[in-house]
Design a protein around this ligand. Structure first.
Ligand SMILES: [Zn+2]
Length: 304
């Protein structure tokens, strides 16, 4: 028995032990493949499991860091509507859930919007934090989404959005459902103005988010194995009364059935989207040139 265990009071000793065991825990993380992974390796691999390739969830800021050139971006402030308009309460008060989520994420709501460059193209990017009440989409998320779209239109730059959500926020009831049509209208405005809109569906993208803006991108890309669906697997299985394949509602399955365009690993998202946007922007530039030529021709006709 050494002098520490002999003389230090038990309480102090327990504090000492707790601290050291916590430090040990912090060095390691686990994955669905049940491998113990060194946390640093996971972070260095953009939170993709080096053993099984599972794409773990990112916070909004982590997402921006992995996506923008040189990790440089600027957060755009978006309007924050009144909290808890329906004074909703289930097992907990909605206002308390908001407080906890804000403390956990350091964000006002689940969506963050940022601007920066990707492959040297100016761009507006949105992302959802799943830790914020399951990334659920309510009035504040709607306002943020629309502010991002307006910013993209005003600056004539592409809009890329990373979805990660269980769907609409039930604590805001019909107000949350209204965001489905509001965001669909915002996407319509982007299309009218020829502003490219790309959605990256990450795990999970379900419910009202899938049923609105997340499926309205000009190009739909998903991260490998992401769950993409509207209703849950069990609900569908009980309704159609058929056994569904194991890979049902995975990104790969949805792609094979024509629901999305591409499945791209996280490390290649930035380069793939950069290449696609280059193609789209050249096209829109050519269109704009064509459009202006038509106007000139018409004005010439008017003069003659
Ligand atoms: Zn794994």
């Amino acid at each position: 028995m050494n002098w520490i265990s002999k003389f230090i009071k038990p309480k102090i000793k327990s504090l000492f032990e707790k601290k050291s065991s916590k430090n040990e825990e912090n060095l390691w993380t686990t994955c669905g493949c049940k491998n113990l992974i060194y946390k640093e390796d996971m972070e260095a691999n953009l939170k993709v499991c080096p053993k099984c390739g599972a794409h773990h969830k990112l916070t909004c800021k982590e997402r921006f860091e992995t996506f923008f050139d040189s990790k440089e971006f600027e957060i755009i402030q978006t309007p924050l509507p009144k909290d808890d308009p329906l004074s909703f309460e289930d097992k907990k008060k909605y206002s308390d859930r908001l407080k906890t989520a804000r403390k956990l994420t350091g964000q006002d709501d689940a969506v963050l919007i940022a601007k920066g460059k990707v492959q040297n193209i100016d761009i507006i990017v949105g992302a959802q934090d799943f830790r914020f009440i399951g990334g659920s989409f309510g009035a504040a998320s709607g306002e943020a989404f629309i502010a991002g779209a307006q910013n993209a239109i005003a600056n004539n730059v592409p809009y890329v959005f990373f979805s990660c959500s269980g769907g609409q926020r039930m604590m805001e009831s019909s107000i949350a459902l209204m965001q489905m049509s509001r965001t669909a209208l915002a996407v319509n405005e982007l299309k009218k103005k020829n502003v490219p809109f790309v959605v990256v569906l990450t795990d999970p993208t379900t419910g009202g988010v899938t049923a609105s803006w997340a499926m309205l991108g000009d190009i739909l890309i998903a991260e490998p194995k992401a769950t993409i669906g509207f209703a849950g697997r069990r609900v569908i299985q009980d309704t159609v009364r058929e056994t569904l394949p194991d890979e049902f509602q995975t990104a790969e399955y949805v792609k094979d059935h024509g629901g999305i365009d591409l499945v791209v690993e996280r490390q290649y998202l930035s380069s793939t989207i950069g290449t696609l946007l280059n193609v789209l922007l050249k096209k829109t530039e050519a269109q704009a040139k064509q459009d202006s030529n038509v106007t000139v021709d018409k004005s010439l006709q008017a003069v003659s």
